[in-house]
Design a protein. Sequence first.
Length: 101
Amino acid sequence: MEALDLKYEVVAEICRELEEKGEIKGGKIEYGIHTKVAAILRTDDADLLKRLVDIIFERHYDPEPLSPGELAAIKEAEEARRRDDKDYFIPWEDVKKELDL
């Protein structure tokens, strides 16, 4: 299929016809992920697959991971929030006044 650049649907239909004629014996064909993706990328669903892959990729891959210092600062802020430490944060009302919002 890939070598001949054929669509999955065409290959599946040809296999069905050959099976009906008794020229091949039916069996479940297991396709690898690369073959499946390559086949879908040739269909009208290609954009949908690309968007889905982007969503999953962004969920699991961070090209700019946080530094140890940034992680420590986040942890410190979370602890201050849990303690309800009013001195750690500037109240939103004060920020709005300072920015004239």
